[in-house]
Ligand binder design. Structure first.
Ligand SMILES: [Fe+2]
Ligand SMILES: [Fe+2]
Length: 233
C-alpha cells in the first residue's frame, strides 16, 4: 500500500531522477525548487537543470579546503544558502513582498555559485594530489595521494575568471535572469570578492539577502577550518 503511494508520488514529479529513494535527495530538492521558481520559462529551466547535471553541479565540492570541501559540497551549500536566504526574506519582509521575491531568492540562492562548476568543458575544481611520503631505497617510487587538508584545488587549466562572473554567464545561456538577480549573483561576495570596489553604496535588498545568507552558511553553518586557506564563497 505504502509502496504504491510512493510510486504515485514519484510520478507526480517529472524532474525526479526515477531512482526509488526513502527521502528526497538534495538534487531532487534543488530541481523541484528551481522548476517552481522558474515556471515562466520551464523549458529553459529544464535545459539549465540538464546542463547543471552535465557539468557536475551535484558532485562538485564547494571549496578546495575550506567549507564543504567534499564531493557534493556545492549542491549542499547552494541549498543551505537558499534556506537561510528565504528565512531572511521572511524575517525582514511582509506580504506581498515575500511572495514577490521568493522566486528570485530561490534562483539566486541555488545558482549563485554555479560558476564553481567551471566553464569551457573544464571542471572548476580538481582533486589536489600531493606527494605521499618520500621514496626510499627499498621503495624508490614516489607515491601520491589526495590531500586530506585540502582535498581539491581550483582547476589550474582554467583561466582566472571569478566564479560569480562564470555563474551569471552560464545561467543567462539558459534562462533570463532579472536585472536584480543578475546584480545580486554578480556581487554576492560583497567586500570579499573581486568586485568589492563597485558595490559600496549600490547595494540592493536581494544582493544583501544573498550575501548575508552566503556568509552565514560558509562561515557559521558549514564550519570551515579557520586555518585553511580561505576560498571565497
Ligand atoms: Fe560564491
Ligand atoms: Fe556561496
Amino acid at each position: 500500500m505504502n509502496e504504491n503511494k510512493n510510486i504515485d508520488q514519484e510520478k507526480q514529479f517529472p524532474w525526479n531522477d526515477g531512482v526509488k529513494q526513502e527521502e528526497y535527495s538534495i538534487k531532487n530538492q534543488i530541481e523541484e525548487l528551481l522548476l517552481m521558481a522558474g515556471n515562466e520559462d520551464k523549458e529553459g529551466m529544464k535545459r539549465l537543470l540538464k546542463h547543471m547535471e552535465n557539468i557536475g553541479f551535484y558532485e562538485m565540492p564547494c571549496s578546495g579546503g575550506n567549507h564543504l570541501a567534499k564531493t557534493g559540497g556545492l549542491a549542499e551549500h547552494s541549498l543551505n544558502v537558499t534556506r537561510y536566504a528565504l528565512s531572511l526574506l521572511n524575517a525582514w519582509y511582509e506580504e506581498p513582498y515575500i511572495s514577490q521575491w521568493t522566486d528570485s531568492v530561490i534562483v539566486c540562492g541555488l545558482l549563485h555559485d554555479l560558476g564553481k562548476c567551471g566553464q569551457f568543458q573544464k571542471p572548476g575544481y580538481v582533486p589536489n594530489i600531493v606527494k605521499d611520503g618520500r621514496p626510499t631505497k627499498a621503495d624508490p617510487v614516489q607515491k601520491y595521494k589526495q590531500s586530506e587538508s585540502k582535498p581539491f584545488k581550483v582547476n589550474p587549466d582554467l583561466l582566472n575568471v571569478p566564479h560569480e562572473i562564470r555563474s551569471v554567464t552560464i545561467i543567462n545561456e539558459y534562462i533570463a535572469l532579472t536585472e536584480e538577480e543578475y546584480h545580486a549573483i554578480l556581487y554576492h561576495n560583497g567586500l570579499y570578492g573581486p568586485l568589492y570596489r563597485e558595490i559600496n553604496g549600490k547595494e540592493t535588498a536581494l544582493y544583501m539577502i544573498l550575501h548575508f545568507a552566503d556568509m552565514w552558511c560558509s562561515r557559521i553553518v558549514e564550519e570551515g577550518d579557520d586555518n585553511a586557506e580561505c576560498d571565497i564563497n
